[in-house]
Design a protein. Structure first.
Ligand SMILES: [Ca+2]
Ligand SMILES: [Ca+2]
Length: 266
């Protein structure tokens, strides 16, 4: 191509891509907190963040999960924790404890399946933006496929008027084993090609309570630790087995959330 024309075409492309960016809504603008998330209101876990802000941000960014057509273990009772990452950049980290009751994988099966997602989000000029997501995928096991993803590597359901680019992401849950991934391709490569994902059933992480009263606080200041359900007790923050309120004699248990919470400073 003639260099002059090529430059003109490239400039046009640049203008078009800039205008496309400007037109696209980004971030979540309906969360009723911004700077006042820090240093105001009730702060039960003594981390400098308003408890209600912790809840509102965790709820707003709660991911949508695509489950695989062969999924046989949907049961879960999710919790969350939030902590300040940087006041100067108004950045928070949200830790979602999926608390699947069991891993129903044929060879991998175990009671309690402590997969999790960690989102890093920041507030700027009226909106909250997703920056990074760490998605657990058999973390600390032989086929650990956990990874950090930037917001550009994640998918967003823009058909929902309460969402936007860099709002809550749509994630993919590996069949029966519940490792989470940013897209179908990454999932199918996961755990030495043994993870499978498809767009079969979409569910919010918490389908029952919208994460209400599910803030565990932190390991230093626990707000929720011991949880009794179906006659069985789990200690979510302690360094003990997590059995998913489903302690079957024929299946091993999993190690709890504590080691993961420790690693990320929660
Ligand atoms: Ca707090
Ligand atoms: Ca907190």
């Amino acid at each position: 191509m003639n260099p002059g024309i090529r430059t003109a075409v490239m400039s046009l492309g640049l203008v078009l891509s800039l205008s496309a960016t400007a037109a696209r809504a980004e971030g979540l603008s309906f969360i009723p907190y911004g700077d006042n998330c820090w240093g105001t209101g009730t702060d039960a876990d003594q981390d400098g963040l308003s408890d209600d802000c912790e809840y509102q941000v965790a709820l707003a960014f709660m991911p949508m999960l695509w489950f695989d057509s062969g999924e046989s273990g949907y049961g879960r009772r999710p919790y969350f924790a939030v902590k300040s990452h940087s006041f100067s950049t108004r950045t928070l980290r949200i830790f979602y404890l999926d608390t699947f009751f069991e891993d129903t994988g044929v060879t991998t099966g175990h009671d309690g399946d402590p997969e999790f997602q960690l989102f890093e989000v920041h507030y700027s000029a009226g909106s909250w933006y997703l920056d990074w997501a760490y998605l657990s995928a058999h973390r600390k096991s032989a086929c650990d496929s956990s990874a950090w993803y930037s917001y550009e590597q994640l998918e967003y359901d823009l058909s929902d008027s309460r969402n936007a680019y860099r709002g809550w992401p749509t994630l993919y849950v590996a069949e029966d084993k519940h490792a989470t991934y940013n897209n179908l391709t990454t999932c199918d490569r996961g755990c030495f090609l043994q993870d499978y994902c498809s767009r079969y059933a979409a569910q919010y992480l918490d389908t029952s309570s919208r994460l209400s009263s599910r803030n565990v606080g932190s390991t230093a200041v626990p707000l929720i630790n011991q949880v009794l359900l179906n006659g069985k007790t789990e200690r979510l923050l302690d360094d003990v087995d997590f059995k998913g309120w489903d302690d079957q004699w024929y299946r091993p248990n999993s190690q709890g959330y504590r080691r993961h919470l420790n690693d990320f400073g929660f």
